[in-house]
Design a protein around this ligand. Structure first.
Ligand code: ACO
Length: 448
């Protein structure tokens, strides 16, 4: 199989959201802390009728329907998620309801989980399968689904929720450059979920930022090294049109891109312009550790990188800024933003993605975008996802109502024997929702 990659995509996020500006005021944070400091505009969340299973049922059904894919044509289904509803039964098995109805139970794959990285693991599994001897000619399907919620405190505004589905096969408009992949994996306690009775993580915010940036540096170095072996010259920012990052909040994405520019400068000062060389020169001799701690370097490199950031990263930031951190779906929501904003000029371009999951696991990889036949053209993918329409038809909750919703969900997490309000007034037609959890913890869903 040639040009294996993503043939089609769809995205779902809850229609319920809270404005970061309102949340800032409600939380008593200084004005601008969430909107400018974190760089976030709005945050989506699940009410009591939605969860990671309902969102994934919605997005898979929508993708199959809108691209006209026969459910029998799916041979592998992989889910990435870090939202644990059951410690044994995978989310994938809930999705089998869609396929069983059509007589298709011959579908490989289960869930992958490690913080925000599970979706990338799932995607690689599907791409590797299509590229392998065990491929049976059918499509792979990847689902990233998460509800990111934090306990009250500084991390709460970095939540979000969404599910993304991606169809995988040959001759794709979004093809993997499989030789250009570099990983960094190590042991860290930056963000983890040891309390199985709570949906909230334990998080060391500052450490998680440093871990993210160290993993980014390591992956970039490895990728550059592999690129040089293949092409006889080192990789630099000018070798890709766009850079897509896992996006816990926009400020970290700004810092990340600036870090890559600094990495280019350290590798070869002449790879950045003279003005940039002058501004970065004072930091050239910092040790690795010093460079992660230096606020002055952070500010100088962000300033120098700003024009390139606007060209190569800004078009990827829309959904993560509007919806928040979607954990496994975040990086693919950033990529979906790029397709939404630039579908007509992407063919022939290389896009570099950086996936990060706390704990920690990270991979940087490369995609080549291409023209493809309907329904798998980039313009049709943009049309199906209808990002602008979905963002516009949302319902804003006041912060008080958002906090109340999270309290109810806290109480319901891991509980049995309850029926939900079944209030679907805010959901659009075709959305799945939770109706009941019975005395055996069995979950029931219906479709609006
Ligand atoms: N106006 C403008 N900017 C402001 C204001 C203001 N009024 N107040 C603060 N800021 C800026 C700060 O200067 C800082 O920006 P900088 O880093 O560029 O200097 C930014 O806002 C954040 O302020 P902090 O005080 O550093 O934030 P705090 O410690 O309260 O929380 C954090 C931020 C650590 C990101 C927290 O939200 C968190 O723990 N989130 C979850 C962890 C996370 O997302 N980690 C990322 C990788 S792992 C993952 O994906 C889960």
């Amino acid at each position: 199989a040639k040009n294996v990659g993503i043939l089609a995509m769809d995205i779902y996020f809850p229609p319920t959201c809270v404005q970061q500006e309102a949340l800032e005021a409600h939380d008593g944070a200084s004005k601008g802390k969430y909107t400018i400091g974190l760089g976030q505009d709005c945050m989506a969340f699940c009410t009591e009728v939605e969860d990671v299973i309902s969102m994934s049922l919605t997005v898979v059904t929508s993708l199959l329907d809108k691209y006209g894919i026969d459910p029998k044509q799916i041979g592998r289904l992989e889910v990435g998620s870090e939202t644990v509803i059951d410690k044994s039964k995978s989310i994938k098995t809930f999705l089998m309801q869609i396929f069983e109805k059509h007589g298709n139970t011959d579908i490989e794959g289960v869930d992958s989980s490690n913080a925000c990285y599970g979706g990338t693991a799932a995607l690689f599994n599907c791409v590797n399968w299509v590229e392998s001897n065990s491929w049976d000619g059918r499509y792979g399907l990847v689902v990233c689904t998460d509800s990111a919620v934090y306990a009250e405190g500084p991390a709460r505004p970095t939540g979000g929720a969404a599910a993304i589905a991606m169809l995988v096969g040959p001759d794709a408009p979004i093809a993997f450059e499989s030789k250009l992949r570099a990983s960094h994996m190590s042991h860290a306690y930056d963000f983890y979920k040891p309390n199985l009775a709570s949906e909230y993580p334990v998080v060391d915010g500052k450490l998680s930022q440093t871990c993210y940036l160290m993993a980014l540096d390591s992956c970039y170095k490895q990728l550059s090294h592999k690129y040089e072996k293949l092409n006889g010259k080192p990789f630099s920012l000018s070798d890709a049109e766009y850079f897509v990052f896992h996006s816990p909040y926009n400020k970290l994405v700004q810092k990340s891109f600036a870090r890559l520019l600094f990495d280019d400068f350290i590798k070869d000062p002449s790879s950045v312009d003279e003005a940039a060389q002058q501004k970065l020169e004072p930091f050239a001799n910092l040790s690795g550790d010093e460079s992660y701690q230096s606020r002055d370097l952070e500010k100088a490199s962000q300033q120098v990188a700003k024009p390139l950031f606007d060209a190569k990263v800004q078009p990827t930031t829309l959904i993560p800024k509007e919806v928040g951190n979607m954990y496994t779906a975040s990086i693919y929501a950033a990529f979906a933003s790029l397709i939404h904003n630039r579908y007509s000029v992407l063919a022939g371009k290389r896009v570099i993605l950086f996936s990060y999951g706390s704990g920690l696991t990270a991979t940087m990889f490369s995609l080549q975008l291409r023209d493809a036949q309907h329904p798998f053209s980039l313009s049709n993918i943009a049309e199906v996802m209808d990002v602008a329409g979905k963002l516009k038809s949302r319902h804003e909750f006041l912060p008080e109502k958002f906090v109340e919703t999270l309290k109810l969900n806290e109480h319901r997490y891991g509980a049995k024997e309850y029926v939900t309000s079944k209030d679907t007034s805010l959901l659009s037609p075709g959305t799945f929702y939770l109706t009941e959890v019975d005395s055996m913890y069995r979950r029931f869903y219906a479709k609006k």
